[in-house]
Design a protein around this ligand. Structure first.
Ligand code: FA5
Ligand code: MG
Length: 471
């Protein structure tokens, strides 16, 4: 936590978000106008936007399986601290809760940091279908034959800024459940086996084969829950893994097809086109799943993390209104933006949020195309260096806080903010820090005097907020 006071001199008494008014709170509110301006853009709902195109593609693929997933794409981004953290089993001191990492509206509400915040209400709905619960508060006509759900939404995290990081991105949550029949303990096992067989048949039909270089199935350091048998865990995780592999195979095959097309039309386009895709399942930890995994794929000489997942813990099912021992389920959470960047050859995540028609007009529903940069405006770096007050060290200043101050001035003209230097003056033990800010516009040329102006304001804001001395 920042030992320097992060002054919020201009904090209003209330903030309006999506037509609702929230009281602010001196000690907790850290959401900024810049970030709030992103709320309601709903890029994932735009079928002609890379994020929306990818979202639709995954929904269609998963609904081509023998399991039906109901889609929820309109959940609002303000959720309670309870829904985002406590209800999922995050401990009170979990680092994800820190003000340095999460945008708080006030003590009670925040901008969701992941789509898992909506798992419980969706599980509640499936449960009411699975048990055809006459007493449920969901009208019977709203119960469908879906045993799974997919939630897509914008999520928010305070983070550094660079080509791959932006305060908002998109996730898709997925889950699927099977009910145990107390009168026939084999029923759900048989159903699971049938569902897995169907997935395997579908995978065998896919053009792009996934080669698993490792699959961590050991439950030693990744323990299962007591309420499930080994067989149930084994089948449930097979179904989970094959479902995600099916999505990965579809998405990357589309990418490969678009690369082939490029190569055919442009003799200068040189690149090796993979014929198979290496992937690996590695052990992970999430408070509401056990066991848990992450899947990574080998793409352009690097492992790329696509999604986290696991077998849903019974406490979460009980919190969703399930009866004890009544069902088993899996869940995953997948980041849409990085996959969309790779699919469409978009090199800077900020472009997704561009209002420029030259960006928006390039994409079409259902199609993976290669983004043609319409211009490349050079950027400029400027450093800001300052002395921390006597007695404070680097630990007392948080990089995300500095990024937020800079973005508060420069908004989307800020391409990245990086800590570049820390040193201690040996004569008086005072610590100096330097940050390098890269200014660049996605859509136009910014002049030197405009950058100087911004940099001047950034320096003033840092001095004002932190009460420090520039170097
Ligand atoms: C989660 O957010 C969990 N809610 C995922 C989950 C869901 C686990 C259900 C189990 C069951 P994580 O913070 O690792 O986990 O993020 C999930 C995915 O979102 C990552 O794999 C990555 O693809 C994407 N992601 C995470 N941070 C960023 C970021 N700053 N920018 C873009 N994508 C990100
Ligand atoms: Mg992760």
């Amino acid at each position: 936590r920042s030992g320097l006071k992060y002054y919020s001199s201009a904090l209003p008494k209330t903030i309006d978000i999506d037509g609702k008014t929230f009281k602010t709170d001196d000690s907790m509110t850290n959401v900024t106008p810049n970030t709030l301006a992103l709320v309601g853009r709903n890029l994932h709902l735009n079928e002609n936007h890379p994020v929306g195109i990818l979202r639709t593609m995954i929904e269609e693929k998963l609904n081509s399986t023998s399991n039906n997933f109901k889609t929820y794409n309109n959940f609002k981004p303000v959720v309670s601290v309870y829904d985002n953290f406590d209800s999922l089993g995050f401990l009170p001191d979990h680092p994800g809760r820190a003000k340095t990492d999460t945008y708080y509206i006030n003590k009670e509400f925040l901008l969701r940091t992941h789509t898992s915040a909506h798992e419980i209400p969706c599980f509640q709905r499936i449960k009411n279908f699975l048990s055809k619960d006459k007493n449920s508060n969901i009208p019977p006509e709203q119960l469908t034959d879906k045993t799974g759900f997919l939630i897509s939404a914008d999520v928010y995290r305070r983070d550094e800024i660079d080509r791959n990081h932006y305060p908002a991105f998109h996730q898709m949550e997925g889950a699927c459940a099977w009910k145990r029949n107390p009168d026939d303990p084999q029923e759900h096992i048989n159903k699971l086996r049938k569902d897995i067989k169907q997935l395997e048949d579908q995978l065998a039909q896919e053009k792009l084969k996934i080669t698993l270089v490792s699959d961590d199935v050991s439950l030693e350091a990744n323990p299962k829950q007591d309420y499930m048998s080994d067989l149930e865990v084994n089948l449930c995780s097979q179904h989970l893994k094959r479902s995600i592999e099916l999505v990965v195979s579809e998405v990357f095959n589309q990418k490969i097809e678009s690369m082939k097309l490029l190569q055919k039309n442009d003799s200068n386009y040189k690149c090796e086109i993979p014929t198979e895709l290496k992937a690996r399942w590695i052990r992970a930890y999430f408070p509401w799943t056990a066991p848990s995994w992450e899947i990574e794929v080998w793409w352009q000489n690097d492992w790329l993390e696509l999604c986290g997942c696991g077998i849903v813990r019974e406490d979460l099912l009980l919190r969703s209104g399930y009866e004890k021992d009544s069902s088993i389920a899996w869940a995953f959470g997948l980041g849409l933006d990085r996959i969309a960047m790779l699919l469409f050859d978009i090199l800077d995540i900020r472009l997704f949020w561009s209002h420029d028609k030259r960006f928006q007009n390039q994409f079409q529903k259902g199609k993976i195309t290669t983004f043609q940069p319409y211009s490349r405006y050079p950027g400029t770096s400027r450093d800001v260096s300052f002395w921390l007050p006597k007695g404070l060290t680097k630990k007392d200043i948080n990089d995300n806080d500095v990024t937020e101050i800079v973005r508060g001035i420069g908004s989307d003209l800020v391409g990245s903010v990086k800590l570049v230097d820390v040193f201690t003056n040996t004569r008086n033990n005072q610590v100096s820090v330097s940050y390098r800010i890269f200014y660049q516009s996605m859509d136009r040329n910014i002049t030197n005097s405009e950058i100087n102006d911004l940099q001047q304001k950034v320096c003033e804001a840092i001095v004002e907020k932190y009460n420090v001395e520039l170097r």
